[in-house]
Design a protein. Structure first.
Length: 175
């Protein structure tokens, strides 16, 4: 099952590395920080960069949550293990796990979605993870090459930023 650990923003990778080093593999199958790919403009040209998808969260896959919970209590920098009740440790729901898995690849990285701009500045998703969330789009920022979708995560609506790559009508690449 997948569990979420809240940590300080900007400390996700350091916390994940600490967990990987200090917690025996017996208690967890994997510890990771989901990333997203996006385009950023540096010196006039677009470059692919990786950024954290869920700021302030580290994910752990475990079949031994009680032991994992006890081990996690020994790790500094952890804010808390997220659950739906105080002092409890719950896995993501099947829907939440499916959503996070579906956004990323086997390395938990969310690729760019390819879009084209149509009539009236409407976007059309050609391919990529955004295709499954086109109906959940709450904001489009073409200048930053990102789209914001609202999803249910840990029992509340959360805005997730996904990177997009624009293509010309007819399939040619556009910057």
């Amino acid at each position: 099952m997948w569990y979420v650990i809240q940590t300080l923003g900007g400390e996700e990778e350091r916390t994940a590395n600490m967990i990987r080093r200090q917690i025996p593999p017996y208690y967890m199958e994997e510890c990771f920080v989901p990333k997203r790919e996006r385009l950023k403009k540096f010196h006039g040209s677009w470059n692919r960069v990786e950024e954290i998808l869920f700021h302030g969260y580290v994910f752990v896959i475990s079949q031994k949550p009680e032991g994992l919970y006890q081990e996690l209590k020994q790790i500094p920098r952890l804010t808390k293990v997220l659950g739906r009740e105080k002092a409890s440790f719950f896995p993501l729901t099947a829907e939440e796990e499916k959503m996070v898995k579906g956004m990323g690849d086997e390395d938990h990285k969310t690729a760019l979605s390819r879009i084209e701009l149509g009539e009236g500045k409407k976007i059309r998703v050609l391919e990529g993870p955004l295709k499954d969330y086109a109906g959940d789009v709450v904001k489009v920022n073409l200048h930053k090459r990102e789209v914001v979708v609202r999803v249910e995560f840990m029992g509340k609506p959360v805005e997730v930023f996904l990177g997009v790559e624009m293509v010309e009508m007819g399939g040619a690449k556009s910057s």
